[in-house]
Design a protein around this ligand. Structure first.
Ligand SMILES: [Zn+2]
Length: 351
């Protein structure tokens, strides 16, 4: 209770009850249901023990049921490693066992095993994603340790994806993790990668996002970009070929002028000398929100925040920025591509 208000639940599903006459019967009903009860038992409790009329009893039970304030008996089992996540899925009204099974059957390919790759891989593996493929051609450097938290000083000089695979496996031995120390620079490299349920790109090579998008749209591969723009944590759009907008549908990034080659060359030369700042907490924000979208998409609970948009959290101002990424029927990349996704989840909540 806060002031003259009783709150049912917490977080975004909480509901304020200001009618003081309902407070005691609601709390008594919640207490009665702290052990498994049928609906009919609850109604009898309200009408018989608390002497409420039938309509009021029905209304109170409905209030608790409709707001997802009640969870099925045995939803929480502390012996189950995923039990606290199960409660989270129930918040979205999804059957947690079904979500967990979908995650266990899922395969995510991570292109980039730096700060974002570290955290996304760990989040997905510990959440129960069944298969991870890690791709990166870099070695661990001392200057990575401010944000690539799965690496230690002893790992400096070792291939990033192999160290990450080792660390992820230590955290969930049920996750099948494969590591490939290889560069991805063209369509041939992309075509050689395994097909996955979702490709997450956190590598920052120039031109890689457009390359991946072209390949993904043509092959029906779902994909998600995650990055930082200096102090802004950025993720999206989650591209579902044939269903959502793709990377090229709307202008998402700046480009040198096409009609002034000299100026374009100058800009390219200046940019080539630029080393982007990277900050641990900004990496963490981008990774966390992107990983949640991956879990939503693969687990089938809630709606990914990055569908048809690219989202940025401004870490200094704490504001949310978004770029629309709706499908353009004239998009040069995806307009003529036909939907190739056969997974029924492809269209769920994607519009
Ligand atoms: Zn497009």
């Amino acid at each position: 209770m806060q002031g003259q208000t009783l709150f049912l639940g917490f977080g975004s599903i909480q509901q304020a009850v200001t009618d003081a006459r309902l407070w005691e019967p609601l709390i008594r009903l919640a207490d009665y249901q702290s052990t498994p009860r049928t609906r009919s038992e609850s109604l009898t409790f309200l009408t018989h023990d608390l002497q409420l009329d039938t309509a009021s009893a029905e209304a109170l039970v409905l209030l608790l049921e409709s707001g997802r304030f009640l969870i099925p008996a045995q939803s929480y089992d502390p012996r189950d490693r995923y039990s606290r996540h199960a409660l989270f899925y129930e918040l979205s009204g999804e059957d947690s066992a079904r979500v967990q099974k979908r995650l266990a059957d899922s395969h995510v390919l991570l292109l980039g095993c730096g700060g974002i790759g570290n955290l996304v891989a760990t989040t997905l593996a510990t959440a129960g994603v069944g298969t991870l493929t890690l791709v990166d051609d870099d070695q661990v450097e001392l200057s990575n340790l401010t944000r690539q938290f799965l690496f230690t000083e002893a790992d400096v000089g070792q291939p990033k994806c192999e160290v990450l695979a080792r660390e992820v496996t230590r955290r969930n031995s049920h996750c099948r993790v494969r590591a490939f120390t290889t560069a991805v620079t063209d369509r041939t490299d992309l075509a050689a990668l395994a097909v996955s349920d979702l490709l997450v790109v956190s590598a920052d090579s120039p031109g890689l996002t457009r390359l991946v998008n072209t390949h993904a749209v043509a092959s029906g591969q779902e994909w998600l970009n995650v990055c930082y723009v200096n102090d802004i944590a950025v993720w999206g759009p989650l591209v579902i070929p044939g269903v959502t907008g793709c990377w090229d549908c709307q202008p998402l990034t700046a480009h040198p002028p096409h009609d002034d080659p000299d100026l374009a060359a100058l800009i390219k030369r200046v940019n080539s000398r630029y080393q982007a700042p990277s900050n641990g907490p900004v990496n963490m924000v981008a990774s966390a929100l992107a990983a949640l979208d991956v879990l939503r998409r693969l687990g089938g609970f809630g709606v990914p925040a990055s569908l048809n948009r690219r989202v940025g959290v401004w870490s200094h101002e704490l504001t949310l920025d978004e770029q629309p990424a709706e499908r353009d029927p004239l998009c040069p990349t995806c307009a003529r591509a036909t939907p190739t996704a056969t997974d029924p989840r492809a269209t769920e909540g994607a519009r």
